[in-house]
Write a protein that binds this ligand. Sequence first.
Ligand code: NDP
Length: 315
Amino acid sequence: MKIVFCAPHKDFQPWLDDIVANIPAAEVWSWSPPDEAQALRSDEPQADYALVWAPPTEFFSAQKNLKAVFTIGAGVDRLMKLPNPDGVPIVRLNDAGMAVQMAEYVCHALIRHTREFAAYEAQARHAEWTVRAPIDRAAWPVGVMGLGSIGARVAQAVAAFDYPTFGWSRTAKSLPGISTFAGTENLEKFLQSVRVLVCVLPLTHDTENILNFVTLSRLKPPGYLINVARGAHLVEADLLALIKTGAMSGAALDVFQTEPLPPDHPFWHHPEIRITPHSSAITLRKESVMQIAAKIYDLEQGRNIEGVVNQQVGY
Ligand code: NDP
C-alpha cells in the first residue's frame, strides 16, 4: 500500500514514522511540487491514500490513483476550495483528541467571564481583597452552534457546570441535558434563548458570516461570543459595533478573518476581547494517525468509515 503525505508547513518525518508504525507494510513519502525538470517526467509515484493539510493545487492533478484523501484536521473548508479529484472520498478527523481540548477552552473562557476572573486579577494587582457576588447560572444560558464530534462534547462540558445549555445543528439532534434546535428556521429561537454564544460550526457556504450584527443582536443582552471555529464565521466590525452599543459585553476569539491577526488589528488592544492564536484544539499527531490507519484498514476490508465529507454541504 502506498501512502503520500502532503502538508507543506509541517515537519513531515514524524508523520511518516507514525504512519509506518501503524501500517508497517506501507510505502510512505512526503510530496513536494516537482521542479521543472521532473515536471516533464511522467513517473511521479502514485499513492493509494493521501494524508493532507493545505495541499497545493497541483497535488491532486499529480496524484491520479487515490482511493481516499484524509485531512489531518477536523475542518475541510480550505480543501473544499480546491479542485478535488472526482469521486474520491475526503475524510476528516473525528475528534482524535481535539474535542476535549475544545471543551476545556470553551469552559475556561465561559467561566472566566461569568465568574469575573479578570476583575479578580485586576483587584489582585493592587492587593484588593473583595469578594464578588455569586453568579446566577439561570442568567447565563449558553448556546453551542454545531453539535458534531467537537460541539457535542463542548455542550456536554458546559452543561456539566449547570449552565442552561442549548444547541443548534443542521439536522435534529438529541443530547441529554441540552435543549436542541435544528435548521435555519429555528436559528432565531435558539439565539433568543442564549446569552453566551459558542461557535463550533464548520465553515461552509451556509455558515460564512453567520455571526453578524443581526444574529448577535438576538442574544440576551449583554451577549458574549466564544468563536473557536473559523474566522470567516464572524463579521468582525459587527462585533466591535455591538460591544460599543453595550449589546455585547465582549468575546473570546481563537480564529480570525486574517491569520495571523495583523499587528494593527483593533482586536489586539480591545479590553473586552480575549485572543488566542488558533490554538483552541490542536491536531494530535499520534491520535490522528492511529485513527486514519484504522480507517484505511476498514476501507481495505470494504467497511464503511466515519468522517466522510458530504461534498454537497461542504463538511
Ligand atoms: P462535525 O462535522 O462533526 O460537526 C459539525 C456540526 O455543525 C454538526 O452538528 C452540523 O449539523 C453542524 N452544522 C453544519 N452546518 C450547519 C448549518 N448550516 N446549520 C446548522 N448547523 C450546521 O465537525 P467537528 O465538530 O469535528 O468540527 C467543527 C469545526 O470546528 C470544524 O469544521 C473546524 O472548522 C473547527 N475546528 C477548529 C479548531 C481550532 O483550533 N480553532 C480545531 C478543530 C476544529 P449536523 O449534526 O446536523 O450535521
